[in-house]
Design a protein around this ligand. Sequence first.
Ligand code: URA
Length: 210
Amino acid sequence: MKEHLTVIDHPLVQHKLTLMRRKETPSATFRQLLREIALLLTYEVTRDLTLTTLDVDTPLCGMRAPILDGKKLALISILRAGNGLLDGILEVIPSARVGFVGLYRDEETLEPVEYYRKVPPELDQRLVIAVDPMLATGNSSVAAIDLLKEAGATDLRMLCLLAAPEGVARMKETHPDVPVFTAALDEKLNENGYIVPGLGDAGDRMFGTQ
Ligand code: URA
């Protein structure tokens, strides 16, 4: 059984994350850092992709060289902040299929409500990586994974930038088969559901909408 939680503590990731946390960091820099971190996180989340071999001729001789075995990938962005991670991942996996899931929180029930879903076909045959920078309460991640499973996905991973212990625990309890990858596991959630110390509202910081 794979680890349920992987914290990607590579020095470049940690350095960039620290710059993102600073409240003075402007939106343009924040977006650029998120994209760069996404490239680095992608290495880890795809580390065990299977390889096959291909006969190639280098300028010097022929060889049998490793190449991805072609298992189809789907990246699912949980709107809206997921799009920041998505852009970086697509730079290294440009051929991945992409889907979007939109959820908002009902102010009365506090439950996530789906308002948008567009996902690639044949999710059952793909490695599906759901992306959302902030795994806070876990409510929207759990709801997104629920609906991806309903749509047929069986091989799923969750990639985020920051996680709270509460969100990780909720994911583990509800979807123990879905490994979570994050750059940091922070201390806690505050009373408004923000990750502490965190970096604030990832969507607002990306798009300057505060
Ligand atoms: N979503 C955010 O953008 N930030 C948090 O701290 C928690 C959820």
